[in-house]
Every structure is written in structure tokens, then in C-alpha cells.
Design a protein around this ligand. Structure first.
Ligand code: PGA
Length: 257
């Protein structure tokens, strides 16, 4: 997979003013050529995706539509509509112009009790609505210390992938929980081993598995992005904290070109 995906997960951050300002700064940076150009006229050499909170999807869609930056939700409900107070369906995200949705982020798994079955149902919903599901998987520090990283990550992968997943509608994001928001990252060797296992684990389960993108996430910053993005089978990054500063997000994207 040559073209990388650089995705910003804003989590529960930004009000209208700051979210719009951040989006405009990112767009201005792209238009100023901060991210190297790609093959298509006016396009950049990697795919850029912003996943703001649901409250900001509409205004941000208005800004980035037709500007080559994709929009994604951070979660969706498994059902298309109904009595689910506070939830947002994949169809609603698609209606606002989203092309992607993150499902099974560790913060959803940890703090909202989401299981592999629930994540799989959400990924199925994303596909039903025509969205690409970014399925997050990753081990805890306790799993890692117990030598269970590969077993746990493989379990998440196989448990969360729906039937019908293919390279065009599915992205896997490997995010070790202990690396999220901590400034810690696994060694490049460890990232390589896990990503190679994920690639192999998708074989026979995901159509076009060699072309299916596998992102790394967890404390990606401008100063470690170049090395992480060069690891075999790292096809992009899912970025939390550093995606809230336009300069950092763009600097990471510049390494993905
Ligand atoms: P982080 O978050 O970049 O702040 O570590 C990544 C994520 O949770 O997606």
C-alpha cells in the first residue's frame, strides 16, 4: 500500500470557533504546499482525514468539501435509526459528508464497555451506510507485560472484523492502549511485528488484504512520525493529541508523502 492515510482524531475537543479555526489552518497549510504534492492536480501525496466531534461535523464538512480532505465520525450506532437517545448512526454521518468512521477506539471499549461483537456491528453499520470503518485494536500494558500482545491484538482483529470487509471499506488502526496520550511508543521492531501479524491475520478474512491499510496510533508526533511511517505494513497514522495543532498534524502528514 503506497498511499498513506493520516487521520486526526480530535476526541472530545474543540468548540465551534476553535474547531473551525483548526480546520482552516490545516486547509491553508495544505494549500500552501506544506504537505508534498501528489499525482493528481492540486492533490497531496497522502490521504488526509479529520475526525472532529459530532457537533462539528456539519460546519467542518462545509469547509473541507471539495478540498481533498476527508471527514469522519468518531463512533456510530449499529442501527440506522430509532430510539437510541444520544447516539448517531452511520447513515447520519454519511448524510453530513463523512466518508469514514472510527469504531472500537480503546476509549469506547474501556469507558463504554464496547466488546468486539459491538464493534463488529458498528463496522457493519458503517459498511451499510457506505462508510469506511476504521477499526481500532490494541493491547493494554498488562497484556504486553504478560507477553500476550499478539494474542490480544489478533483476538480484537478477528472478533471485530465484519463479513464483507475489504480494502475499500475497512482500515485497521493498531493502537497500544499504553501508548495513547502518554508520550510512549513501542519500539519500531515491536510495531513491525504487530503490523506484520495484522497483515497476515487479515488474509482470508478481508478481501484484498494486502491493500488494506493498517494505521499505527498512540503518541504519534512530528518527531517520531517519519520513523514510524517507514515501518513495513504501517500505512498511515491515527493521531490524537498532535492532531489538535495544525502545524503538528501537517508536519506528520509531510512525513507520509
Ligand atoms: P494520541 O491518541 O495520539 O493522543 O496518543 C491517539 C488515539 O487515541 O487515536
Amino acid at each position: 500500500m503506497s498511499r498513506k492515510l493520516i487521520a486526526g482524531n480530535w476526541k472530545m475537543n474543540c468548540l465551534k470557533g476553535s474547531g473551525i479555526a483548526l480546520t482552516r489552518s490545516i486547509l491553508e497549510g495544505v494549500q500552501a504546499g506544506v504537505v508534498p504534492a501528489g499525482d493528481t492536480p492540486g492533490g497531496v501525496a497522502c490521504d488526509l482525514l479529520l475526525c472532529p466531534p459530532a457537533t462539528l461535523l456539519y460546519p467542518i464538512a462545509e469547509i473541507i468539501a471539495r478540498n481533498g480532505i476527508a471527514l469522519g465520525g468518531q463512533d456510530c450506532h449499529a442501527r440506522p435509526s430509532g430510539a437510541h437517545t444520544g447516539d448517531v448512526s452511520a447513515e447520519m454521518l454519511a448524510d453530513l459528508g463523512c466518508s469514514h468512521v472510527i469504531v472500537g477506539h480503546s476509549e469506547r471499549r474501556q469507558f463504554h464497555g464496547e466488546t468486539d461483537e459491538m464493534v463488529r456491528a458498528k463496522a457493519e453499520a458503517a459498511h451499510r451506510a457506505g462508510l469506511t470503518a476504521i477499526i481500532c485494536i490494541g493491547e493494554t500494558l498488562a497484556d504486553r507485560d504478560a507477553g500476550r500482545t499478539l494474542e490480544v491484538v489478533r483476538g480484537h482483529l478477528l472478533g471485530s472484523l465484519p463479513a464483507g470487509a475489504h480494502a475499500g471499506n475497512t482500515v485497521i488502526a493498531y493502537e497500544p492502549l499504553w501508548a495513547i496520550g502518554t508520550g510512549l511508543t513501542p519500539s519500531l521492531e515491536d510495531v513491525a511485528v504487530v503490523h506484520a501479524m495484522i497483515r497476515q491475520g487479515m488474509d482470508g478474512v478481508v478481501a484484498q488484504s494486502p491493500q488494506t491499510r493498517i494505521l499505527y496510533g498512540g503518541s504519534v508526533r512530528p518527531d517520531n512520525a517519519a520513523a514510524l511511517l517507514r515501518v513495513p505494513h504501517v500505512d498511515g497514522a491515527l493521531i490524537g493529541g498532535a492532531s489538535l495543532a495544525a502545524a503538528d498534524f501537517l508536519a506528520i502528514a509531510a512525513h507520509a508523502a
